[in-house]
Design a binder for this molecule. Sequence first.
Ligand SMILES: Cc1ncc(COP(=O)(O)O)c(C=O)c1O
Length: 403
Amino acid sequence: MNAGAARAHARAMGAPDGLAHCPLMPTYGAPTVQFVRGAGTELWDRDGRRYLDFLSGLAVVGLGHAHPEVADAIAEQARTLVHVSNLFGTEPGAQVALELDELLGGGGQVFFCNSGAEANEAAIKLARKWGGHGRFNVVSAYGSFHGRTLATLHATGQPQKHEAFQPLPEGFRHVAWDDLDALAAALDPTVAAVLLEPVQGEGGVNPATTAYFHGVRELCDERGVLFMVDEVQTGLGRTGRWFGHQHFGVVPDVVTMAKALGNGMPIGACWARRDVAAAFVPGDHATTFGGQPLATSAARATLAVMRREEVPARAERAGARLADSLVALPGLAGVRGLGLLLAAELEAGIDAREVAAAALGAGLVVNAVTPTAIRLAPPLLVGDDEIDEAVSLLGDVIEGASP
Ligand SMILES: Cc1ncc(COP(=O)(O)O)c(C=O)c1O
């Protein structure tokens, strides 16, 4: 990075003026906007400019920014008890775990952590402990994304992301997405679990099919393998169901989640059928912050609002409106996804990164989930007028970017 770019990066990240280098590691490109405030679907930058947020911090703020009930819960908990560690009992972790278990159909137990990668890491360790020696492999799909820790990076079916970090932990295999024959061939007696997303989010918003998830469930049952579903991006109403796999009528053995659970407060969770969870005994797995009262109080408030507002049904309705309006836009080759996790595929010759950058310039936050597709994942309480405004802005931007 040249000196000018380094200074601009530092400034955009909010470093004090005059710094030659950004104090943050360059793991992300230099942002062009710094946000200072949000409310619902709206954001404001430091110059007071308003934006419509159709990305929700990468599918995190499902209830929108600064939701008053979640904000109150966090503030109240911050004044009461933030953290004492899992050596002691606290509230409201058990209550949140019970609610998640209920939303998943019951019969399971929950491990709390702080992120999606950690939720998957817990699932992978659980699968290995459950499988026992010699049964340790986890099979995931090409195009998947499961996190950035070394194990979840290897589970991620994007070999180009692996290269710089070899050697990665052993015990991961990848198969073609939506290909039951490939999966059947990969399930030998060394396999403990299959790990799949209901909609491949980072891989380009590719929904699974009912036939695929049913077939995976059958194969896992036949071979005595766990079916683990990564709901980090799809969970908690985003796809129009509480969990994405519920579209397909299958019951997984393990479910991981994170993003929307705390409406922005970092919290992840790994749910497992009780007999599977029983493979863990005290000392097998832990995390200092996981399940602490500050995070679980945010999750409790988030779930309460989600239930009251019937968020999955709202997301399904709003997603249908958004998808229907998008398909009518010139310059789009198609729209895919479930609920409010959508990708707008652009016609050949239109660059998604340029469209996303121009949209930001026009006051609309989206991202290029692939070089040719724009991801739209607004807050689940998004209003019809906001959807119409966003589609109109995106339409103008695409028209300007068309060759
Ligand atoms: C499906 C899925 N799994 C795991 C992760 C990793 O989550 P985190 O970034 O919170 O570690 C992500 C993040 O985008 C994701 O979309």
